[in-house]
Design a protein. Sequence first.
Length: 294
Amino acid sequence: MALLTLFLMALGSATRVMNAGLSCPDWPLCYGELIPKDQMNLQVFLEWFHRLIASSLGLLMMALVGATWRWKSQLPKWVPIVTTLCLGLIIFQGVLGGLTVTQLLRFDIVTAHLATGLLFFSSMLVLGSSLMPYQGTGVVDRLPWLSTLAGVLIYFQSILGGLVASRWAAHQCLAGAKLCRIMYNHFIGVVPPTLAVLALVFLAWRTPALHPRLRGLGKLALGLLSLQILVGISTLRLHLQVVGLTVAHQAIGATLLGTLVIFSVIAIRDRHQAEYVQPLQTVPIRMAGSLEPS
């Protein structure tokens, strides 16, 4: 479901870049039909397919909620509650999706639509990485807090990027020097998350005996950050004329956020396991030869 959400966000970005957001003038149907065969073209297909994937994701979420409550006795107590909250989140996301059409792509609703999608995406990753098997090494130190900070900064930077996209600020600034402040704020906003990710990667590299999974996630975060900056510069230099680069910019940013979310969850689990095991290791053990005679 997390991977499907990532694909859905990339599809939504392609829909926006291709000016297909209002290709279906009504909601939830498209031209009053489930499949608008007579009106179907590339733009209509993008918007219709985006709705199809979103609806499928909602059905999968309902199935997940039902499964977690069905087998709640075999799961941690928090899992059914969290999945139910996630169901509410995706319902809210669907409402925002409808409002983007009925309110004619109002920029604040479009931005909120992206923010909610990123939050749902992160929630799915938290669920998955919390339940996967993992045995930590207990050497994470400050890594959980640093990765969480980096993830929060990336999240808000992504929302700022969504605001730039929903208001077409980059296009207007390059064409007529309008809304340049929004675009410049996005540029300046790159600095804090970049420094946080670099600090995280450096600290992970300097941490001895760090679990290979965390070390690999740190390297992945560095690679994604470098690629994201490169794609962002290329997109701007090409005046946002290459659709693939614009969509990739959104997708890579979301993937970087997801990588940091998984890193944070695993690092927190690593620390909790260390805190649980360490007191057990300090319990004195009476040797067999020291037993007193009865």
